[in-house]
Design a protein around this ligand. Structure first.
Ligand code: B16
Ligand code: MG
Length: 209
């Protein structure tokens, strides 16, 4: 059995993926181009600066001499406007019951997110008390699909990688879990998540055993 569960934040516990999409699109539109929801899949689980590089590539603006730090800050400010309106109702269906059941079974839990805003989102939604460890975008250097974030989470929980189960909505996150030697549950649609050990639509569809 698994001793530890590691949860991605965005797309697994809360639906901030749509906020990221809206904010990146707003930036792209301001720069004079657009990108699709399908392209947006590639931004999931990827760090802010790497997401910016991807967006600029779509707009063929890599060589435009833009102030990237400034653009990333702008996108983040728009994103935070949406996050500020979040509350406990924005926790995805089945999440609280699942986290409580995990605790009741003695399973240790960690957050393993690429986001630098993870703690703010946990606070706003009332999820902060449910995790024994929080490893976020401020604590890691290498972005998913690199396994750093999940290996750090396992270490913080005192669990071996093969005793950890990761819950992820992004292909980059599933790849990171596999690279860490962990099992992975994909959250979303099966066709979009390759190499996951199991794929479900959401945590509401899962029971601990
Ligand atoms: P921030 P996760 C990731 O969160 C998002 O999926 C990804 O779209 C975002 O670019 C990344 O966090 C960085 O977020 O700009 O808030 O630091 O899915 O790893 O929880
Ligand atoms: Mg995610």
């Amino acid at each position: 059995g698994k001793e530890a569960f590691i949860f991605d934040l965005d797309g697994v516990l809360v639906d901030t993926a749509t906020f990221h999409y809206r904010a990146w699109r707003r930036l792209a539109n301001e720069l004079g181009f657009d990108f699709s929801m399908q392209q947006n899949e590639l931004l999931k689980g990827v760090s802010r600066m790497q997401s910016l590089e991807q967006v600029l590539t779509w707009g063929r603006m890599q060589q435009a001499g833009l102030d990237k730090e400034h653009l990333a800050e702008k996108k983040n400010a728009w994103y935070l406007e949406l996050v500020e309106r979040m509350g406990p109702d924005d926790v995805l269906p089945g999440v609280l019951a699942f986290l409580r059941a995990a605790k009741a079974t003695g399973i240790r839990t960690a957050l393993g997110s690429a986001s630098k805003n993870a703690r703010l989102i946990l606070d706003r939604t009332g999820l902060q008390g449910y995790f024994d460890a929080v490893i976020d975008g401020n604590a890691v250097v290498l972005s998913k699909p690199h396994p750093e974030v999940f290996l750090r989470a396992a270490e913080a929980l005192g669990a071996a990688p093969d005793a950890c189960l990761v819950f992820e909505d992004a292909q980059a996150g599933i790849d990171a879990a596999k690279a860490a030697g962990m099992s992975a549950v994909g959250i979303g649609s099966g066709t979009a998540l390759q190499r996951a050990d199991l794929v479900v639509a959401g945590l509401a569809d899962l029971k601990i055993d």
